[in-house]
Design a protein around this ligand. Structure first.
Ligand code: SAM
Length: 286
């Protein structure tokens, strides 16, 4: 088993690798955390797993043991040799040397994971690109319905935040629109080598049908980003600053929806945001 401090240091030494901060290289060294991820994600021998950033293979090894097939994307070429040597016995493992953000997920799935009963993304994410990875999985990985991801605690809190809390923002609303998400458990800094500066959590994200309907999803998602762009401003001022709409029009929309004129975006739920958007941009008299 790779997942412990002695083996991790030995592998890094053997291949003369120094962990790179710029790629978020903090390796999991705690077997209990790893087992909890495998148990809670209910990986079975019929599943196909997508892993982003296998590193030296601690999680990959456990996934290859438990799943039917594993597809892992690693950006750092130094780890490709490590993985090919250390995990050589796993014939169900396919490693792709690539920046995950540039990968064609659908093509790779059809080449390697076809026939799997369930597709699940499981990863100890490189934290510097957490949000783009989650959005890519949601947008392009249409066949992947569940994600179990290790993320920075602060990001996990924002992803799962509800209206009115200080962490609630565009990211929380995006998630509410596309998926259900929950924090499964917290993970201490001591479970990684090298020790990161931040605490971590494992989150579960499950894709869902958007609970509301809009004509242009792209425009709606853009609107969500814009109304949270300056958190200290009121909703009205955020809209006014980003679109060529006059204040009277915004006021009349808020009045019509029985919302206070000085309301801030952080106090609006997804349905209210949708109603404001539709009234401003999709109503017949637009
Ligand atoms: N899975 C290993 C573990 O749990 O010990 C390593 C996790 S480490 C937090 C993140 C990994 O993601 C590193 O191996 C890093 O090189 C890789 N990585 C960083 N950016 C990436 C990208 N854009 N695409 C694919 N892998 C990336």
């Amino acid at each position: 088993m790779i997942v412990n401090i002695t083996n991790t240091i030995a592998i890094l030494k053997k291949y003369d690798i120094k962990p790179k901060k710029k790629y978020g290289q903090n390796f999991l060294i705690d077997g209990n955390v790893l087992r909890r991820i495998i148990t809670l994600s209910k990986v079975s021998e019929k599943d196909g797993i997508i892993e982003i950033g296998p590193g030296i293979g601690a999680l990959t090894e456990a996934l290859a043991e438990a799943a039917y097939r594993v597809l892992a994307y690693e950006i750092d070429e130094k780890f490709i040799t490590v993985l090919n040597n250390e995990l050589i016995k796993y014939k169900n493992l396919r490693i792709i040397e690539k920046d995950f953000l540039k990968a064609n997920i659908c093509e790779d799935i059809s080449l390697w994971l076809e026939g799997c009963k369930r597709l699940v993304a499981i990863s100890n994410l490189p934290y510097y690109i957490t949000t783009p990875i989650i959005f890519k999985l949601l947008e392009e990985g249409k066949l992947i319905n569940e994600f179990y991801l290790m993320v920075q605690k602060e990001v996990g809190t924002r992803l799962t935040a509800t209206p009115g809390s200080k962490e609630y923002g565009a990211l929380s609303v995006f998630m509410e629109y596309k998926a259900t998400s929950e924090i499964l458990f917290e993970v201490s800094k001591n479970c990684f080598y090298p020790k990161p500066e931040v605490e971590s959590v494992v989150i579960a994200i499950k894709r869902k049908q958007p609970p509301i309907v809009v004509k242009s999803e792209n425009d709606f998602l853009f609107f969500i980003r814009k109304i949270f762009s300056q958190k200290r401003k009121t909703l009205m001022n955020n809209i006014y600053g980003c679109y060529s709409i006059n204040k009277e029009q915004i006021q009349s929309t808020l009045n019509k929806l029985n919302l206070r004129l000085d309301i801030r975006s952080e106090n609006l739920d997804l349905q209210e945001i949708r109603d404001i958007y539709v009234n401003l941009f999709e109503s017949p008299n637009q």
